[in-house]
Design a protein around this ligand. Structure first.
Ligand code: NAD
Length: 297
């Protein structure tokens, strides 16, 4: 069992840290929110007055923060953890951030003999609670192998995508594709509805035909076709429009830095930004279905 420090105990980090406690690790936790800390401490974690004290004796340091500026600030700033983490410790950043910041943090920590992998996740809050997340890891094979037993306690599929930043690139590619599939599925279903088709029948036809895809088959965006999906619960729960818009921004940054052409991703980013601005940021990302409705929403 490992000595782990876990920083960032929000919707994702909280349940991930609790799964490490349940697996028997010694887990020292920190968050700017005292409520978030108290919830994880109740489950058997310890805490200290600062993140710096939490990481002092840790072999593994895991962070789950909102964005790249928080990750860079946590590790590389003047008061950053770089001055407190012991040599030979491994930092695992599971936040969804841009690949260049992940590489910058990796290089900064390496100067002090501290190892790093980027390990963003897919699977949402449900996956974090159930311990079934997918991890996409960027870093050396040696550090991937070192992290894997602990990632196994929080996830089901652990992938080694490549060197530093590769985990973040894989995450950006996946979520860009997911958004394109969701937009395409939504407009196809609305086209059928506008022409008199029953969306349930159309869904079955496309699911058994070449239009089959994950958003149609297991996450149908049209209310009332499937039980236990956000569209049948007024688009509550699931994966928020705001987070999809954030991830698409990261995918576009990645495309710009490699001068890649991603026209479908660019359109999806624009549509999700518009949908968020219209007041839907807190709804599940399948609510983009309503954008194509011919009825008043
Ligand atoms: P969240 O806002 O619920 O949690 C972030 C936590 O970080 C908060 O509790 C905040 O207080 C804490 N924090 C911020 N700066 C800190 C600092 N300097 N020191 C200590 N704590 C600090 O966010 P979340 O939903 O848990 O998402 C975390 C990351 O996971 C994001 O990068 C997000 O894009 C990614 N992600 C989220 C989901 C999802 O469905 N929520 C799915 C996959 C990936």
């Amino acid at each position: 069992m490992a000595n782990v420090a876990f920083i960032g105990l929000g919707n994702m980090g909280g349940p991930m840290a609790i799964n490490l406690v349940k697996a028997g690790h010694q887990v020292a936790v920190f968050d700017l929110s005292e409520t978030a800390v108290a919830h994880v401490v109740e489950q058997g974690a310890t805490t200290h007055a600062s993140a710096a004290e939490c990481v002092k004796d840790a072999e593994l340091i895991i962070s789950m923060l909102p964005a790249g500026k928080h990750v860079e600030g946590l590790y590389l700033s003047e008061q950053g953890l770089i001055h407190h983490i012991g040599q030979g410790a491994l930092v695992i950043d599971s936040s969804t951030i841009d690949a260049n910041t992940a590489r910058k943090v990796a290089a900064g920590l390496a100067e002090k003999g501290i190892d790093f992998i980027d390990a963003p996740v897919s699977g949402g809050v449900g996956g974090a609670q159930a311990g079934t997340l997918s991890f996409m890891v960027g870093g050396s094979a040696e550090h991937f192998e070192k992290a894997k037993p602990v990632l196994d306690n929080m996830g089901k599929n652990i992938f080694h995508a490549g060197d530093h930043g590769a985990g973040q690139v894989a995450k950006a590619c996946n979520n860009m594709l997911l958004s394109v599939l969701m937009v395409g599925t939504s407009e196809a279903l609305q086209l059928g509805i506008a022409n008199g088709l029953d969306p349930k029948v159309l869904s079955e036809i496309m699911s058994q035909s070449s239009g089959s895809n994950w958003t149609l088959d297991v996450y149908n965006p049209c209310p009332g076709i499937m039980e236990n999906v956000p569209s049948s619960n007024d688009y509550q729960g699931g994966f928020m429009v705001d987070l999809m818009a954030k991830d698409l921004g990261l995918a576009m940054d990645t495309a710009v830095s490699s001068q890649s052409s991603t026209p479908m991703g660019a359109l999806a980013r624009s549509l999700y930004a518009m949908h968020a601005t219209a007041g839907n940021g807190g709804k599940d990302f399948s609510s983009i279905f309503n954008l194509f409705s011919k009825q008043e929403n």
